[in-house]
Design a protein around this ligand. Structure first.
Ligand SMILES: [Mg+2]
Length: 406
């Protein structure tokens, strides 16, 4: 069946909320995140700051170098959460299913509620007007026949944009001469691989379909379909529980006695567990650490937790539990969550979201620090920011290239 999907995305959300609430900040380069003298990253920045080259997820010190006169503001997640609830309430009233990607971003399935593309475009205008009138903020809206094209559309006229991509043909016409990075699922790594076989633009990709598909496997096949404007993913408001636990473990090629190194491995495992949990729409209430010593004796330690940032939770609890176990050579280390249940973003409480913000920044900073110490680069926008996929290879590289203890 033909579908009609809207993608809505607030413009520079945290920064816009701050500017809305304090007129003296308007028109200034606002950088929401860590303070310049701290370790951390840019969470969001205003369009004025973007003109200096600042962008989200950038190291805060780098942002300070680019924009020393910027206004640095600590995020107030409780406030953003309240505003987010208000916005989502408006959005939800137009759709039968809304998939919340972030506090400020969602896919809305309006196939039934709108019934036609024209009506959906009316919805889009309406949504923008109501968000402006009732919340005092701007958003960008994309209207299309699938998720990927709707997302592309919402980015097309940002900020305060509205763009419609009626059909797969229109999508292909729009992106064909752009770089492959303009396709929503293509990150830095994938783009590099494609460049390796001479594929720079979407047109190149369409010309070399079979090569791309065979080089990138499953991802390649989906990518080729997307280049043709085809994306069958549903808007998923809720994914029922389909697993009781999610975990990842690593067996080392040689036993490890350095517990600081094990903590570094736990950091990567935590992101990996989170990726898996997210893919299955799961959250955990318990965290588990598993260790197998060189004599094959295995132990597990577990703890209940309350907060909702999975990676932060797993890392905090497992590294803490690691401190409590006997220090003997380790052959295998694993981390996971259990007692999981299906969830969506909106069920998170105010306290959780506040912790989620600060925890997330600590995790980003820790991961950045780790990459620097080992001289590795794990960034990949397609993988939600970081590539933790080839974990075994990465960990073995780290194990054999360990920085000397200070
Ligand atoms: Mg946004």
């Amino acid at each position: 069946m033909e579908r009609i999907i809207i993608h809505v995305d607030m413009d520079a959300f945290y920064a816009s909320v701050e500017a809305r609430d304090d007129p003296s900040l308007r028109g200034k380069p606002l950088i929401i995140g860590a303070m310049p003298d701290e370790r951390g990253v840019v969470s969001t920045c205003s369009y004025e700051a973007r003109e200096f080259g600042v962008h989200s997820a950038m190291n805060i010190k780098e942002a300070y170098k680019l924009c020393p006169d910027g206004v640095f503001i600590r995020p107030d997640f409780e406030k953003y959460r309240r505003v987010s609830d208000q916005i989502h309430e408006i959005w939800d009233s137009y759709s039968t299913a809304s998939e919340n990607i972030a506090l400020d971003e969602a896919y809305l399935d309006v196939t039934e509620t709108a019934g036609s593309l024209d009506k959906a475009v009316e919805f889009a205008y309406d949504i923008k007007r109501r968000v402006a009138d009732e919340v005092g903020l701007t958003c960008s809206v994309g209207v299309s026949y699938c998720k990927a094209a709707a997302k592309t559309a919402s980015e097309e006229m940002k900020p305060d944009g509205l763009f419609v991509i009626p059909s797969p043909e229109d999508f292909v016409d729009l992106v064909i001469d752009r770089g492959v990075r303009s396709l929503p699922s293509v990150g830095k790594r994938t783009a590099e691989k494609l460049r390796g076989i001479g594929v720079e633009t979407v047109r190149d990709l369409l010309d070399r379909e079979s090569e791309v598909a065979s080089m990138l496997g499953k991802h390649g096949a989906a990518l080729v379909r997307l280049a043709h404007g085809i994306d069958d993913r549903d808007v998923v408001p809720y994914r029922p529980e389909n697993a009781k636990s999610v975990s990842r473990e690593i067996t080392f090629q040689a036993n490890v006695s350095d517990f600081d190194f094990l903590k570094d491995v736990l950091l990567l495992l935590s992101f990996s567990v989170e990726n898996r949990a997210r893919r299955h729409g799961l959250r955990g209430s318990g965290v588990v650490l598993k260790i197998t010593y060189s004599n094959m004796e295995s132990i597990t330690r577990s703890r209940m937790t309350a907060s909702s940032d999975i990676a932060f939770n797993v890392y905090r609890e497992t590294s803490d539990m690691l401190n409590t176990i006997e220090r003997r050579p380790v052959r295998l280390i694993g981390a996971g969550i259990y007692n999981t249940s299906g969830s969506k973003t909106r069920q998170t409480t105010l306290d959780e979201i506040a912790e989620l913000g600060s925890g997330r920044m600590l995790m980003e900073a820790a991961l950045e620090d780790l990459q620097e110490r080992y001289g590795i680069d794990l960034s990949d926008e397609a993988a939600g920011g970081y590539r933790i996929e080839s974990l075994h290879g990465t960990v073995e590289y780290m194990r054999t290239h360990r920085p000397r203890a200070a």
